[in-house]
Design a protein around this ligand. Structure first.
Ligand code: AMP
Ligand code: MG
Length: 663
């Protein structure tokens, strides 16, 4: 009876939790990106913060708070540009090879740092070093190479066989920096050159705009601080680190608060502390309106005016929450890394820059052709990260194809394009304007598009050692074949088996293409070590055992992959439990088995080893390169082939558990 009661209350508790999780409050009002920016920026102080004096070494990257007026001349005196002699130009009038002029040397040598005392009288000259102070009476300098020392018994003298113009080889006082002139203007971002100018004027410190202090908080029960072991179901807090660095880049001073569990009391306390201590607060995570997402609820009671925007019609980044509390901006960014960094750059970085006194970052755009169709959600302006490659008719932009959960999507993209809220897609072969991210990328020497593989990194590394840059864009084997046919890349790495013949890659060859053998990787049956159901069996018997036991769960692969073709041929029509689970990589298969979400799958040996799994070999997978024949003689292609077959590269490939194919 008591047990039954206990079971019932446990079941009710679970049901309650599920109901709470499923209750997605609707965003009250989703506004456009422009409207969001207008509301936010009109509610905050956008004036640069007050100035503070800092030592020159600490001024790098900061904005000058006020004009700097040169307090001294540079150079501080007239000085010689060369090693030679200070002379009176008039003494050398008419000098020539046939009519040399002789000048008697004064008993003084003006080295650097020496204040001359002897006047250069008519008919005399004074030896002077580069940088020496021009002595009284002299108005020109002649190079030592243009003089002959007179070596007889008379007083020391020089002969000169050419004339000199007044002012020759002299830098006059103040010619570099004149006392009283505006040396640097307010708002200038201080770089090494500016630091040099300030030091040349004798300034050891300068007034710069105070950097806004920006608190960085992360929230999520799953978050683990980098450097600690990852717990089951844990995710490293990457937003905290990337946001702190991005704040620094934007001219702010990040104040890391760390990651907090989704606990209302702790998080509210942390946010209040952050608001107290800093000029701005940036929090990531917990902003969706689902269960456990409490950031916006806390923000709504922190103070006025409070939340200005919660929900923006853009993708990625819809759940963005913009607030101002007691004059201080407080922003809750979506937790997914790409969304977080995207919305940070769109909404937060510009505010940090103006408060730090820095000019807005001018967006650099280029026009590019988009060769593939990109589907888009109606009603939200969608930003698509792209890689750029140089095509025959200008730049080509490829979507990088990683979702907003990806950490790497933003950093590996060259730029992004936007698809209008009212468009359901961007058609293939559209022309689009691409906003560049960071430095304008130099066009790579070699473009590789297709299926990615860890050993490929080694070959690209060897190519880089030969001075060639490569861009690899992972679009899958078939995507690579299509791109190669369109001339958008030089090489397409592929590993697809022809289901009809069981032969790898040859069937993918189109006109004007050759197949360059890459490497073989053994695929096999993977399972957790110690699983008595498979331990000690061959692959064939392990498979039989798996299919005989309805409690055994498999993990499949995506249709179109070579491994999937192998799996289907092994199963010959059987659909065991787990067949519908079709991740896209060997790593995902191995992770599923290692984490007990499945009991077996087919993956390559090096990946199985990396996840500590047992491996029963089945058949090799062949990873080769399709090459456009008309690109074969390009230096970068030749260098790639040389790098591929180089013994050192083959050693690297073997170390990864692959067998390099013969040349
Ligand atoms: P949330 O916005 O809290 O619903 O989180 C959405 C997704 O982003 C989840 O998959 C989180 O695990 C992930 N996420 C949230 N915060 C972070 C963070 N600080 N670093 C990396 N991933 C995060
Ligand atoms: Mg969360």
């Amino acid at each position: 009876m008591a047990l039954e009661h206990k079971q019932r209350s446990a079941r009710d508790a679970i049901l309650d939790a599920v109901k709470r999780a499923a209750r997605q409050e609707q965003f009250l009002e989703v506004v456009s990106a422009e409207e969001a920016r207008r509301r936010f920026e009109s509610s905050i102080d956008r004036a640069p913060l007050a100035g503070e004096s800092v030592a020159l070494a600490a001024a790098l990257g900061r904005a000058l708070a006020a004009d700097v007026i040169a307090p001294v001349d540079a150079p501080p005196f007239d000085r010689s540009n060369v090693d030679g002699f200070a002379v009176r130009a008039a003494d050398l009038a008419g000098a020539s090879a046939n009519a040399p002029r002789r000048l008697v040397l004064n008993a003084e040598v003006v080295a650097c740092g020496v204040q001359p005392v002897v006047e250069v009288l008519p008919g005399t000259a004074t030896a002077i070093a580069t940088g020496g102070v021009i002595p009284r009476g002299a108005d020109a300098v002649v190079m030592i190479e243009h003089t002959e020392l007179v070596e007889d018994d008379t007083a020391p003298a020089i002969d000169l066989r050419r004339g000199a113009a007044s002012g020759q080889l002299i830098s006059y006082a103040g010619s570099d920096i004149a006392r009283g002139e505006t040396l640097l203007r307010q708002g200038t971002r201080i770089g090494s050159r500016e630091i040099g100018m300030l030091a040349a004027c004798g300034l050891a410190a300068t007034d710069v705009v105070r950097r806004p202090r920006v608190a960085v908080l992360s929230t999520g029960d799953e978050l683990v601080e980098p450097g600690r072991p990852l717990k089951p179901a844990g995710v490293y807090d990457s937003n905290g680190a990337i946001l702190a660095a991005a704040i620094l880049e934007a001219g702010g001073e990040p104040v890391p608060f760390g990651a907090f569990p989704d606990d209302e009391v702790t998080l509210e306390l942390a946010m209040r502390t952050a608001l107290e201590a800093c000029d701005m607060v940036v929090l990531s995570g917990g902003t969706s309106k689902g269960a456990g997402d409490l950031s916006h609820r806390i923000v709504s009671r922190l103070g006025s005016p409070g939340i200005l925007v919660h929900g923006v019609a853009l993708k990625p980044g819809k759940p963005l929450c913009l607030a101002v509390i007691g004059g201080k901006p407080l922003v809750v960014l979506p937790g997914f890394p790409t969304s977080a960094i995207f919305t940070f750059h769109a909404f937060v970085a510009p505010v940090i820059r103006v408060r730090a006194g820095l000019p807005p970052e001018a967006a650099q755009t280029v026009k590019a052709r988009v060769p593939v169709r990109i589907a888009s959600e109606l009603g939200r302006e969608e930003f698509v990260l792209v890689s750029l490659v140089a095509g025959d008719d200008g730049l080509i932009a490829f979507p990088t194809g990683k979702g907003s959960g990806a950490v790497t999507a933003f950093s590996q993209a060259d730029g992004f394009l936007s698809i209008d809220a009212l468009a359901a897609a961007l058609d293939a072969d559209s022309r689009a304007e691409v906003t560049l991210i960071g430095e304008a990328a130099r066009a790579p020497d070699l473009v590789i598009m297709g299926s990615h593989d860890i050993a490929l990194d080694g070959v690209v590394g060897a190519l880089a050692e030969r001075g060639f840059s490569a861009r690899t864009i992972a679009v899958g084997s078939l995507g690579g074949v299509a791109a190669l046919a369109r001339g958008e890349c030089d090489l397409a790495p592929v590993h697809l088996v022809d289901p009809a013949t069981g032969i790898y890659n040859k069937h993918l060859l189109g006109p004007g293409m050759t197949l360059v053998p890459g490497w073989r990787r053994m695929q096999g049956f993977v399972f957790r070590p110690g699983d008595a159901r498979f331990e000690g069996l061959s692959a064939a018997r392990a498979l039989k055992a798996a299919l005989a036991d309805p409690a055994v769960l498999m993990v499949n692969r995506n249709a179109g992959s070579g491994t999937r073709v192998l799996v289907d041929s092994l199963l010959s029509g059987v659909r065991p439990p787990g067949y519908a689970n079709q991740p896209r990589s060997h790593n995902a298969v191995a992770a599923a088995v290692a984490q007990n979400r499945a009991d077996w799958g087919v993956a390559i040996e090096p990946v199985a080893r990396m996840y500590g799994l047992s491996f029963l070999p089945i058949a090799p997978e062949e990873y080769d390169f399709l090459l456009r024949e008309d690109r074969h003689d390009r230096p970068a292609v030749r260098a790639f082939l040389e790098a591929l077959y180089n013994e050192a590269t083959r050693v690297r490939i073997r170390a990864l558990g692959m067998e390099p194919a013969g040349q």
